[in-house]
Design a protein around this ligand. Structure first.
Ligand code: XMP
Length: 503
């Protein structure tokens, strides 16, 4: 395995994904938690950081036991930190670079640049540069503004690059990372198929004849978790799928059918009325989330108590959920509800077979398990569902309006081939009425906002630049077909500063 030491860069997870795409297992670990006892470590990558090495608050772990012992690749801050701790100088300089640059003076025959030619484009993002290079450092590539764009430390397999090989704009970035994996003698044995085989074996060993309960949400993560567990323990897995009345139109019935086709042992629970009752009159977004979260736990808990001898709770936790955050900003923007709180309440042991996978790997594993694309490629959908897409209080009538508008939008996205191009999309019912005219009649009705975004991880997102003609058709269709709506608007805010959901 490769260890990626995280110094807090926004692109650390991207490094992890690239390494996995190169069929090599890796883990992202906080900068000061290197697993010295782990014998399977084959190489180490030091990430970038929002800090300068000269900041008093910068992360400065002792890496003397890492350098020389493993092949090391420092990226950006990682490169500067190794220079800084070896007697070099890192300074804010006139030659700082943001954006595209081109490599020159690539030293021929060096392993890290194998197959990479002079002039290749790289992506820079740094305010500091290495201005004095320590004596035993050998510069292996430069750019017009930065002499030390890449170096190797003599007598060690320690390499570093000032640019970001993990980002798309570094044309030969994948090649460079692959070269580093060769330096580490990676066997490249990591793949969805190998993951499934080894995970099913592990699950069998760990669970034996124990019974497991799992909450399905209709989303990719919980669905793949269920199929994997089912493959390992079959009927000892019981899945519970709760309809909280805030799902998409016909979602409950459709998904339940898909689950049954997959051979899963699923209990579907219609808890709509209970949720509507508890939510009646509540307008505060956080309050709504709390009620939905708690209601969900209660329903699930009741169901679990009807079953006998359950020992384990399955969860669809994935890697980005558990990578220990360095919490540089540390704000909770919204309290996300998945099934947090369940394990404490139920006194069950946790089994999370996807906890080390990235989202795209979960999808690949799902396809490899033979799951249909419509379960695998579906957009993310928040746990509180349409509850946070109805601004203000929730009523069954409003749910129906938003379900119908959403259904038209999503169906047309699919028909016109846009569904797979956007990260997620949906309709939001605004607490605004406005005047319109239909035929000879004056109307005074609701406004629906459409939201569609592009993103790679939901951390940042841009509004999807859907064609005007398409939006015009969706708007017409919604106003003509959905009773109670006379106006449709399109949300053109990016995240940040907006968020994907409206509440
Ligand atoms: P925001 O609105 O924070 O959303 O930009 C980022 C992503 O998270 C989803 N989301 C949630 N998912 N429980 C969930 O399981 C929640 O409470 C929740 N709130 C937002 C949102 O749909 C988007 O994909």
């Amino acid at each position: 395995k490769i260890i990626i030491l995280d110094f807090g860069s926004q692109t650390t997870q991207l490094i992890g994904r690239r390494i996995r795409e190169l069929n090599t297992y890796c883990e992202i670990i906080p900068y000061n938690k290197f697993p010295f006892d782990d014998k399977s470590v084959k190489g180490v990558i030091l990430s970038g950081s929002p800090f300068s090495v000269n900041d008093a608050t910068a992360f400065k772990p002792d890496i003397s036991q890492i350098r020389g012992k493993y092949p090391v690749l420092g990226i950006c801050y990682g490169a500067q930190y190794m220079a800084y701790t070896s007697g070099g100088k890192v300074e804010k300089s006139d030659s700082r670079e943001y954006g595209r640059a081109h490599l020159t003076k690539i030293k021929s025959g060096v392993a890290l640049f194998d197959g990479i030619s002079e002039g290749t484009q790289v992506w820079m993002s740094h305010g500091d540069s290495i201005t004095v290079v320590p004596e035993n450092f050998e510069i292996v590539a430069s750019t017009a503004d930065v002499p030390a764009a890449a170096y190797k430390i003599k007598g060690e397999e320690t390499w570093a690059v000032q640019f970001h090989p993990e980002v798309y704009h570094t044309t030969d970035g994948t090649r460079l990372l692959s070269n580093f994996l060769n330096i580490c003698h990676s066997k490249r044995g990591w793949s969805p198929a190998s993951f499934i085989d080894s995970t099913v074996d592990q699950l069998k060993g760990m669970l034996g004849d124990d019974k497991v309960i799992l909450a399905l949400s209709g989303g990719v993560d919980s669905s793949v978790t269920a199929v994997l567990l089912n493959k390992a323990i079959g009927k000892n897995l019981t899945c519970v799928f709760v309809d909280h009345g805030l799902l998409r139109k016909n979602e409950f019935e459709n998904v339940l059918r898909d689950y049954e086709h997959l051979g899963l042992n699923v209990i579907g629970i219609d808890a709509k009325q209970r949720f509507y009752k508890e939510l009646a009159g509540v307008t505060d977004p956080e309050q709504k989330r709390k009620i939905i979260g708690k209601g969900f736990i209660d329903v699930f808990d009741e169901e679990a108590h009807k079953l006998k001898d359950i020992k384990w709770l399955g969860q669809g936790t994935i890697y980005p959920d558990i990578i220990e955050s360095l919490s540089i900003t540390g704000h909770v923007i919204k309290s996300h509800h998945n099934v947090g709180g369940l394990p404490e309440k139920m006194n069950l042991k946790l089994v999370e077979p996807l906890r080390l996978l990235f989202k795209d790997e979960v999808r690949r594993v799902g396809l490899e398990l033979g799951m249909k694309e419509n379960l695998i490629k579906r957009h993310p959908f928040p746990g509180p569902g349409l509850g946070i897409r109805i601004l203000g209080d929730i009523t069954p009538e409003k749910v129906e309006v938003v379900q119908n508008a959403d259904d038209i939008f999503i169906r047309m996205l699919r028909e016109q081939g846009f569904y797979d191009k956007v990260w997620q999309a949906g309709a939001i019912l605004l607490p605004i009425k406005s005047v319109g005219v239909m035929g000879d009649e004056r109307t005074y009705e609701n406004t629906v906002a459409l939201r569609a975004v592009t993103s790679t991880d939901a951390m940042t997102a841009d509004w999807a630049h859907l064609p005007y003609e398409f939006l015009a058709k969706v708007s017409n269709e919604i106003i003509n077909k959905v009773k109670g709506v006379n106006r449709v608007v399109y949300d053109i805010s990016s995240k940040p500063p907006a968020t994907i959901e409206w509440e």
